[in-house]
Design a protein around this ligand. Structure first.
Ligand SMILES: CC(=O)SCCNC(=O)CCNC(=O)[C@H](O)C(C)(C)COP(=O)(O)OP(=O)(O)OC[C@H]1O[C@@H](n2cnc3c(N)ncnc32)[C@H](O)[C@@H]1OP(=O)(O)O
Length: 306
């Protein structure tokens, strides 16, 4: 019988005996014509690719992140902040920047079992679902009211500061548009019960950043919003959003165009998503370890009404 083998775009036929199929022979590709080789080398001809990737390369002996080999990352004692700066920002950032990224990750890793994300992960784990389902069910709560306001805080604070708006003009302008100021306001924190995470981030930036102009502007905005209501404090999203603007503009590592692109694309919510995944995974394991049964919300905690 004839056995057909497809390789390198050709079908090779072999005559074989019935029930005696030989091992697949090694097939060498047909030679590339010399003139085509020259054209490829000169860059005049490029086979179309379906994917373009610029952040990592796995083709050599060891994977590279933004051109930095894995062994260098280990030898130089790089941390998660360095890896994030290579894979997200495609450059090695100074230590004070990568440490700031790591502090953001650590401070946002968890915030107890009662917040939206953890609650969802706990309920999902207790429904017997697997790790990934429990994790994503928590992640899906991240949005404008919970952890997902960092990008908008950066966008609005940057726009207002760069346009020279006073805090009064900015806040009242937002009010007219019917938009809550992202990065301002908290369910339980207030003027007399500040968010420690915000204070820690501010302290770090004051000590290590060359400039904290955006954060100082956000503080002025907070001073104005606090004159309206006690709970309109700067929240952790506002602190990370404004301080990341300071990192981007003060480090000298990004052009103005790159900063605009980062803010427009919305890189910064990624910090919260990444950080909180650590806590959500922890809550999932916790529920499973504790062998918690299916969760059912108590009737008495629901107002049944018409
Ligand atoms: C880690 C985190 O998740 S931090 C939260 C990130 N989210 C944001 O920063 C988005 C902006 N902030 C908000 O939307 C809110 O302040 C929240 C969701 C954080 C807290 O909301 P709540 O506790 O429900 O606020 P509350 O209902 O008490 O607000 C009462 C009034 O305060 C005012 N207010 C609250 N937040 C803001 C704000 N950011 N800007 C302007 N006014 C505000 C509004 O007048 C609101 O009245 P409204 O419902 O008519 O708009």
């Amino acid at each position: 019988m004839l056995l057909g083998i497809k390789a390198w775009g050709y079908i090779y036929f072999l005559q074989v005996e019935e029930g005696n199929i030989p091992p697949v022979p090694e097939v060498t590709p047909p030679p590339i014509p010399e003139d085509l080789k020259t054209a490829i080398k000169s860059g005049k001809v490029r086979a179309p690719t379906h994917i373009i990737s610029t952040i990592s390369d796995d083709r050599g002996e060891e994977p590279c992140y933004a051109g930095v080999p894995m062994s260098t990352i280990i030898e130089r004692g790089y941390g998660v902040g360095d890896v994030i700066s290579l894979l997200w920002f495609k450059r090695s950032l100074p230590r004070y920047c990568t440490q700031f990224i790591e502090i953001c990750i650590m401070l946002c890793a968890d915030h107890g079992p009662c917040v939206s994300g953890a609650h969802n992960s706990i309920v999902t784990a207790r429904a017997g679902k697997d790790l990934v389902s429990s994790l994503v069910s928590g992640l899906l709560t991240i949005g404008p009211r919970f952890g997902g306001a960092i990008d908008d805080a950066a966008r609005y604070f940057k726009d207002a500061y760069d346009r020279g708006l006073t805090p009064y003009e900015f806040v009242e302008g937002m009010k007219k548009k019917g938009i809550r100021v992202p990065g301002i306001g908290h369910r339980i924190k207030s003027r007399d019960n500040r968010d420690k995470r915000v204070q820690l981030l501010q302290k770090y930036a004051h000590t290590h950043f060359p400039s904290v102009k955006y954060m100082e502007y956000a503080v002025q905005v907070e001073t104005y919003t606090l004159s309206k209501a006690n709970n309109l404090v700067m929240n952790v999203d506002g602190a990370i959003g404004s301080l990341f603007l300071d990192l981007l503009s003060g480090s000298g590592m990004f052009s103005k165009q790159e900063i605009d692109e980062i803010v427009e694309i919305g890189y910064l919510n990624g910090l919260f998503v990444l950080a909180r995944s650590i806590g959500l995974i922890g809550h999932t394991f916790d529920q499973k370890r504790l062998k918690q049964p299916l969760y059912r919300h108590p009737w008495e905690d629901v107002l049944y009404t018409k």
